[in-house]
Design a protein around this ligand. Sequence first.
Ligand code: HXC
Length: 533
Amino acid sequence: MTDKNQPDLSTTAGRIEDLRNRYHEAVYASGEAAIAKQHSKGKKTARERIELLLDPGSFVEMDEFVRHRSTAFGMDKNRPYGDSVVTGIGTIGGRQVALFSQDFTIFGGSLGEAAGNKIIKIMDLAIATGVPLIGILDSGGARIQEGVIALGKYGEIFKRHTMASGVIPQLSIILGPAAGGAVYGPALTDFVIMVDKTSNMFVTGPDVIKTVTGEIVEMEALGGALAHNQTSGVAHYLASDEEDALDYARNLLSFLPENNLSESISYESNSSLEITDEDRLLNTIIPDSPNQPYSMIKVIESIVDDNQFLEVQPLFAPNIVIGFARIAGSSVAIIANQPQALAGTLNIDAAEKAARFVRFADAFSIPVLTLVDVPGYLPGADQEWAGVIRRGAKLIYAYAEATVPLVTIITRKAYGGAYIVMGSKQLGADINLAWPTAEIAVMGGEGAVNILFKDKLKAAEEAGEDMKKFRAQLAAEYTYNVASPYLAAERGELDGIIEPAATRVSVIKALAALKTKRAATPPKKHGNIHCNE
Ligand code: HXC
């Protein structure tokens, strides 16, 4: 006998109705009240987020009828369709992606066997088909009721993130909590996007910290989006809201290839190969005084297509700038010292930030353009004790290991070890150019004068000379004679000296020449340094 309210499964129409009912149940498994609660926190549902992220109508859901096993502790009554994550495939800008979006309205987005298996399946599909993987995270972490099974699923996910690293781009968009060991999933991916005052990530939360160490710290200060964008360097973009986070992800993906074997992505471009009036503005950007800062972002914007530069991790280690742009239509990864922050010196954070970025670009065959204005490493006992030696080495390693086209432009200072590190010829850069304003030497003029001309300075002091003027004169002579870019060019350390106005055209030509570059590293299992900080 058939129930009057149930569709008749012996008919085609009945089976279609049954499917529609089940779909409705899957979509609203959490119930309208839970959705309203999610909205009241300024958060969207898992499916609303997918709608915003993907091209309209492109989403194909997988495993929407998956349910967790009924034997699990405390969860027998409620076995919602789809469990606590929505997974599937779709397109962004017409290109395929695979994604999962955790559903906080079901068991707090927590991850147990069923949700874990769904994520694992979509990760396997992303790896097999070579398309970017996007994770939207909003979860209370391992599902408490499922104990070791839940923990084990995290292990399987971490293993796949690691295997996928350098094979497909992986993005994590944190739109709620990411608690406990669960944070290591995003940490293993390439880019982490967080929303101001909504997302948080922490290994041990405020309560545990208070219990163990007595330290009192608020959730937002401990693991909020600002903390991770500015202080820890875990995150790469501080979004103002969920729409902004999803927009940034779409924009970021437009620069990235599908996988490590796919052709580099390029767009139509009508870049002029003649020096334009806009290019000539660069001739006046370097201030007369060597210690006066200028905006490196302006330099970058004037070189790249449509002046469009997508900065990555702008709030962390702002003394180095990293990001993507297009030059003559093709994606380029840009690394540049920023004289406006810490005078553009390198420190631990800057080295690790840039090293990881160079490695990402190299893994995905995106050419690297380096703009150098670096007075050296930031001096200080705290830097030494925090490991500027072992951690600073990562940037050398990243450049030296890279086989993608490397083009380096020295705009002003390139002093000491920092000169070598910042994409120097000796580390493997292909085309190195400098502006006439470049200064390349072991150290700056003032430091050099103090060491080289001790006797001369003493004699001048005794003779009652104007010491400030005398020092400046000696430093200028040193800079002119020793730090001159023409000296470097004379020895082939530079391939050429160009006027700033010619930078855009020179870079276009250099990248075109390097398109067919072939380079390889010696066969080995892997090196013994990791830039994945
Ligand atoms: C099962 C969970 C859950 C979890 C939340 N819920 N976290 N259910 N397992 N881990 C459920 C709640 O019981 C609640 O169910 C619903 O989700 C919403 O949670 P609330 O607490 O009401 O929401 P909110 O106040 O916004 O707080 C969110 C939260 C908090 C901060 C995430 O729920 C929380 O602290 N959860 C536990 C976090 C945690 O310690 N997780 C384990 C981390 S260790 P009802 O039915 O009431 O709606 C870990 C190890 C990973 O993840 C392993 C890696 C190797």
